[in-house]
Design a protein around this ligand. Structure first.
Ligand SMILES: *[C@@H]1O[C@H](CO)[C@@H](O)[C@H](O)[C@H]1NC(C)=O
Ligand SMILES: *[C@@H]1O[C@H](CO)[C@@H](O)[C@H](O)[C@H]1NC(C)=O
Ligand SMILES: *[C@@H]1O[C@H](CO)[C@@H](O)[C@H](O)[C@H]1NC(C)=O
Ligand SMILES: *[C@@H]1O[C@H](CO)[C@@H](O)[C@H](O)[C@H]1NC(C)=O
Ligand SMILES: *[C@@H]1O[C@H](CO)[C@@H](O)[C@H](O)[C@H]1NC(C)=O
Length: 227
């Protein structure tokens, strides 16, 4: 039951994201890019380029088995949702931000398996690190396209998010005896930091946000618990 409602939620959200991209395709001439933030659900293989002690799952069989055994680091037998969204809309499939030599002027995927909204880590790239990397891409776009066109691109582009699940899993493992009010307080911290992330992107011109279910659910639960 929970599973199927998740699926419905995903489909509705991504249908919305596709519509977003579609409408603006007609209305705007600036190039639309896809920027992707998240955890293992969206990670296209960034973690294999980190000097992390964690094993980089997704870089060996059976991962990638439906694509001639090409294991890319995606924790999947093939592509992931952000890749399909890009393909459906004739956009470039975003390269992993960390991939050496990647052309980041056509969009970038910053997601990192195991990452969360909170904290700093050398093992994975959490939200802060992903935003820091996004800002480097913004600088690159300004260099390559000029300030105005870069701004137009950032405004037309779509920002996909899948984050928050790992924060809750970790919290529940570490504080399995926490009280309800402690949990609510923790949730508020996660939501506040995620909201800050959205605001940073908004300040740089971003307008089209497509958060995946975890993210939406966080915001919804948060709203229902703190009027
Ligand atoms: C990983 O370590 C190597 C060698 O110390 C260094 O050249 C490289 O920049 C590091 N990569 C990252 C992502 O920190
Ligand atoms: C993929 O690798 C597995 C295990 O090594 C092998 O059994 C299979 O035949 C390979 N498939 C393709 C399409 O190369
Ligand atoms: C995507 O590109 C193909 C071939 O270039 C074209 O036939 C198709 O109509 C395009 N689809 C969209 C949604 O623009
Ligand atoms: C989370 O948000 C709080 C309050 O806005 C801030 O003090 C803290 O630095 C943020 N932490 C992270 C990891 O973003
Ligand atoms: C949770 O509380 C129970 C009962 O007080 C205690 O036995 C248990 O060790 C606690 N677990 C943790 C993780 O603190």
């Amino acid at each position: 039951m929970a599973k199927s409602s998740n699926l419905v939620c995903l489909i509705i959200l991504y249908a919305t994201a596709l519509n977003f991209i579609g409408c603006y395709a007609a209305a705007q001439s600036s190039k639309k890019l896809l920027f992707v933030f998240g955890d293992s659900v969206f990670d296209p293989g960034n973690n294999q380029y980190l000097n992390s002690s964690m094993e980089s799952t997704g870089t060996y069989f059976p991962y990638g088995m439906t694509m001639n055994n090409k294991s890319t680091g995606r924790i999947s037998d093939g592509l992931l949702v952000p890749d399909f969204i890009a393909l459906f809309r004739n956009l470039s499939v975003d390269p992993p931000y960390m991939q050496p030599g990647a052309d980041l002027t056509k969009g970038a995927n910053f997601a990192s398996a195991g990452s969360g909204v909170l904290g700093e880590s050398n093992e994975v790239m959490n939200l802060n690190k992903q935003l820091e990397n996004f800002k480097k891409v913004v600088t690159l776009l300004v260099e390559k396209k000029g300030e105005q066109e870069a701004k137009n691109i950032l405004t037309s582009s779509v920002y996909l998010f899948s984050m928050g699940g790992n924060d809750y899993f970790r919290y529940n493992m570490q504080y399995s005896n926490s009280t309800k009010s402690e949990r609510v307080a923790f949730m508020q911290t996660v939501v506040a930091n995620l909201t800050n992330g959205f605001k940073e992107i908004y300040a740089l011109g971003g307008r089209k946000f497509a958060p995946e279910c975890w993210t939406i659910r966080l915001l919804a639960i948060h709203k229902s618990k703190s009027p």
